[in-house]
Write a protein that binds this ligand. Structure first.
Ligand code: KG4
Ligand code: ZN
Length: 428
């Protein structure tokens, strides 16, 4: 089965084409356009700006993805001579009417597609319909519906968080030979003596031992999810305020580091641990809700604690001229990371004990974090249970995970839908 995945929930525009046969998943084409550089200038993601960028980038990305996969040979035609497309113009227009700037490029590509030939047909489209920024989600949803109309293929709405979970269950056929290439899940640099060649590889979908506990940690979510069986989710813990990734990003901003802050904080923390392995933290921070006897989280207090701490330091040291020195930034970043990681590890441990979990899964952008990956691996070892984590480059948002979640749901019986909506706060 060939599935096209589309992802526009936040600040990545992504399209991926996979070929799936039972448990074997091959990536045919995988394209991501990150808006990070744009959003960095403003210190965060603005939904309407993200929406415009998605509208601008979807068509070129789809074209690149199809070219990369070699599943199409484009033809050149004139729209008037193309009967099939002509009869669909009205309906495609009505689908894309709210997505400014998308209709014209869509039709241009549609002409080329219709005049060309498919070497392998796409069986279904999977598109993220939530959770995320609603205006951004709508662009992807409308685009997917228009494509479904144009190509006469089914479309299934897909949950972004489910994508983050299922992509953790993949294993490469031969891990020893490959090392990952940043930002493009599924494309591997195959090590060889003469040159580094990029090849498309095949993954294996591993059977999971249930019940599993998934910890989802991203810019918008911090959730503990009980998975009792394949694709059966129950959220058992949640953040009461900020998500952990949001806390990383806000603390980074307080320390004057660029967006997205997670990797920046993580880098500083890593350096502090290396430079001073046994140092007692000079600025201890709270471990929010660590003793709350439930599975919920809160990360807004620790961000405020960092804010007051930095104000205090600057007041006491006028010679710093309003700039926290690098060595103190490093100390704060390390203590912040230690604090939040201690909390998520403790809550996940509680959830494993409470539900007798046989597997720990971590997913979402923050699971790219080195310390987190390491500490959860140790946690799984302590319990002697399985540990599933996405490859680093598949941890942050991508369309591969959406195509995969779509495939798994289609196998489980999900049917094509026509009238689904983008839902900003969609839950699992
Ligand atoms: O899943 P994701 O790509 O987008 C959302 O769905 O939110 O997650 C993005 C979040 C951002 O807050 C970013 O700072 C964080 O993931 N992040 C990290 C790391 N890489 C990305 N946080 C900590 N350490 C990292 N290495
Ligand atoms: Zn995400």
């Amino acid at each position: 089965m060939i599935i096209l995945g589309i992802e526009t929930s936040c600040d990545e525009t992504a399209i991926c084409l996979i070929e799936a046969k039972e448990n074997s998943i091959k990536i045919l084409g995988n394209q991501i356009y990150s808006q990070i550089a744009l959003h960095t200038q403003y210190g965060g993601v603005y939904p309407m700006m993200a929406k415009r960028e998605h509208a601008k980038n979807l068509v070129p990305l789809l074209e690149k993805c199809l070219e990369e996969s070699g599943t199409i040979e484009y033809g050149i035609s004139n729209i008037k001579s193309n009967k099939n497309l002509h009869s669909k113009l009205e309906i495609i227009n009505s689908i894309l009417i709210r997505e400014e700037g998308l209709f014209e490029p869509f039709i241009k590509l549609a002409e080329k597609i219709e005049a060309g030939t498919w070497t392998e047909n796409i069986d279904a489209i999977a598109v993220t319909n939530g959770p995320g920024l609603e205006p951004a989600l709508w662009v992807g949803v409308s685009f997917a519906k228009a494509l479904s109309e144009l190509l006469n293929i089914p479309v299934v709405p897909t949950n972004h968080m489910e994508g983050h979970i299922v992509v953790a269950g993949l294993q490469h056929h031969d891990e020893s030979k490959v090392e990952s290439l940043p930002a493009q899940a599924g494309h591997k640099v195959i090590k060889s003596d003469t040159n580094n060649k990029i090849e498309t590889i095949t993954y294996n979908l591993k059977p999971t031992n249930y019940p599993a506990i998934a910890l989802l940690i991203s810019g918008g979510h911090t959730q503990l999810v009980l998975i009792e069986d394949n694709l059966k989710y129950k959220v058992v813990g949640n953040t009461k305020d900020d998500a952990i990734g949001e806390a990383y990003d806000k603390v980074a901003r307080i320390l004057g580091l660029p967006y997205p802050g997670g990797p920046q904080i993580s880098k500083l923390a890593e350096k502090e641990r290396q430079d001073f392995p046994n140092k007692i933290p000079p600025f201890p921070l709270p471990r929010p809700m660590i003793h709350s006897h439930d599975l919920n989280f809160s990360f807004s207090g620790i961000k405020t604690a960092v804010l007051y701490l930095t104000k205090d330091i600057l007041e006491k040291h006028p010679e710093f001229n309003g700039q926290i020195p690098e060595n103190i930034k490093q100390e704060i970043a390390c203590e912040f990371e230690n604090a939040v990681v201690e909390v998520i590890v403790k809550k996940t441990k509680d959830a494993i004990e409470q539900y007798g979990a046989q597997t720990i899964i971590i997913g979402g952008g923050v699971s790219a974090n080195k310390k987190i990956r390491n500490d959860f691996k140790l946690l799984a070892q302590d319990f002697n249970i399985e540990f599933l984590v996405p490859e680093v480059d598949a941890s942050t948002d991508n369309a591969f995970m959406i195509a995969l979640a779509g495939y798994m749901n289609i196998l489980a019986g999900q049917k094509s839908e026509k009238d689904f909506k983008a839902i900003g706060n969609l839950s699992l």
